[in-house]
Design a protein around this ligand. Structure first.
Ligand SMILES: Cc1ncc(COP(=O)(O)O)c(C=O)c1O
Length: 480
């Protein structure tokens, strides 16, 4: 199998701690350091490591030291060497954490004392859906005279979505919009149409687990690019990975990334989009959280490069239960996707789309209220973490609905398992990556009132102390 991406000697050296300050032989510290980078998702699995000689020069150690470290990694199955093509990092089966794909269902997750932080999603704003349904009901009879099938979506809703893109500086006609059952549905349709078995799809690492499942479900091969340790994109690494792997698609969430809440600035967007054009990669941006920013947003990706395919949704700003999303692409691609969709579900529900069209008229007002409510919740969660778990490292999210905490030990799954006993439902970091890595991280949504978040962190801090006495077995998780 061809390498997914390469890491040079200097790049790897920059990721490692100063080996001479660590106890024990240098080769052992080097092997441990590389193992930690792989398990923490800082170096993606299948990355080709530099040659022994190149790494020895970069680290200013003897070649024998690197040889011994690589031998130790091979012995533990963290490195696979293929004659003529180099050495590739991997994760041995025994070290992989495998959260399953199904929703974690437990009788009692609605119990008053259970704090459910498994989803980065909000309940609907009070009364808003009810009012939109009442308004839609008065208009539905215009449609019941016809057959009601339209796989592209209700014209009035397509027009409203197109107008919103234009307001963000992205010239868009209504026939460039496909209405979908949420952003994930749009991504799945794209994957069905645009990738073949084994095609590469670049993603951020961590990323939204539903996207990873959709890629794998369509027989794609995930090419993960680690986000920076301090948060945000490593733009040059994204560009290098695009060049090295020429993926068919890139799935990015530059507008308040799930789970980190980071925002990619305009120059980063330009650089990535330019390189993607060079490598023939189609870029899909998921804008599910674009309206939930605590700072001014960046220029829309499709305004920088009109060939970008944008996914959007009412799930995060309004309510996931609506199941209304959209996709902006070329008119031709929208036609092809609509034809594909007609063979799957014939189109979306007219009544739901009428409700959505009504909500579009109030979307700015709704999202402004959302952000105003979310900001104190985010701040309350940050304050609780600083007080109860100061040893965890947290980057302040610029938007979205969650933060990404770096724990002081790679024990995210045991933590989440024990946390259920304490009445807190959270999803381990490994669910946001592949091959069981990212166990040092935990996604924490700030989607609940401040006092519930405060209590959740208090309970998590108690569990963190008790960790180590757990006898809980695997359970199932779904993540939004
Ligand atoms: C980045 C991202 N995309 C899509 C979704 C799913 O959105 P929808 O309900 O619109 O399908 C989520 C849910 O968490 C998400 O975080």
């Amino acid at each position: 199998m061809a390498p997914v991406s390469r890491l040079g000697g200097r790049a790897l050296a920059a990721l490692l701690p100063d080996l001479r300050t660590l106890p024990g032989p240098v080769y052992g510290a080097l092997a441990d350091g590389i193992t930690a980078l792989v398990l923490d998702g800082r170096v993606a699995t299948e990355t080709r490591l530099p040659s022994e000689r190149e790494l020895a020069v970069a680290l200013r150690v003897s070649r024998a030291t690197v040889t011994a470290a690589y031998d130790a990694l091979r012995a533990d199955d963290f490195l696979t060497s293929r004659t003529g093509s180099g050495s590739f990092v991997s994760v041995p089966a025994a070290s992989r954490v495998r959260p399953s794909l199904a929703r974690w269902t437990t009788a009692g997750s609605d119990a008053p004392d259970v704090i459910d932080l498994s989803c980065a999603a909000l309940p609907a704003p009070p009364g808003v859906i009810e009012a939109a349904v009442a308004s839609a009901a008065t208009r539905v009879s215009q449609f019941t005279r016809h057959d009601g099938y339209d796989p592209s979506g209700l014209p009035a809703l397509r027009a409203a979505v197109a107008a919103r893109f234009r307001a963000r500086g992205v010239p868009t006609d209504a026939d460039q919009i496909l209405i979908t059952n949420g952003a994930l549905h749009g991504f799945d349709l794209l994957l069905r149409l645009l990738i073949g078995s084994g095609d590469r799809v670049l993603t951020e690492l961590p990323t939204y687990p539903g996207a990873l499942d959709a890629i794998r479900g369509n027989s794609g091969r995930v090419v993960p690019v680690p986000m920076a340790a301090a948060g945000g994109w490593q733009v040059e690494l994204v560009q290098a990975t695009l060049r090295q792997t020429a993926p068919r698609l890139a799935f990015l969430t530059p507008d308040f990334h799930n789970p980190t809440g980071a925002l990619l600035d305009e120059s980063g967007r330009r650089d990535i989009l330019r390189t993607a054009r060079e490598t023939g990669t189609t870029v899909v941006v998921d804008e599910s959280f674009v309206d939930l920013g605590f700072c001014p947003g960046a220029r829309a990706s499709a305004a920088i490069d009109p060939s970008v395919i944008s996914l959007g949704s009412l799930s995060k700003p309004v309510w996931g239960g609506l199941r209304i999303g959209w996709l902006r692409a070329s008119t031709d691609l929208v036609h092809r996707l609509a034809a594909l969709r007609a063979s799957i579900d014939m189109g979306g529900a007219v009544l739901d789309q009428l409700v959505a069209a009504d909500l579009f008229g109030r979307l700015d007002e709704i999202t402004a209220a959302r952000v105003a409510g979310l900001r104190p919740q985010r701040d309350a969660l940050l304050a609780a973490l600083a007080r109860e778990l100061p040893q965890w490292r947290v980057t302040v999210p610029q938007g979205g609905l969650s933060l990404w905490a770096e724990l002081d030990a790679p024990l995210s799954t045991p933590l989440t398992l024990l946390a259920t006993q304490a009445g807190v439902v959270v999803v381990p970091g490994s669910r946001f990556g592949i091959d069981g890595t990212l166990e040092r991280f935990l996604r924490l949504p700030f989607s609940l009132p401040a006092e519930r978040l405060d209590e959740a962190v208090r309970r998590l801090a108690g569990v963190w102390i008790r960790l180590g006495h757990s006898g809980i077995s695997t359970r199932q998780l779904v993540v939004a």
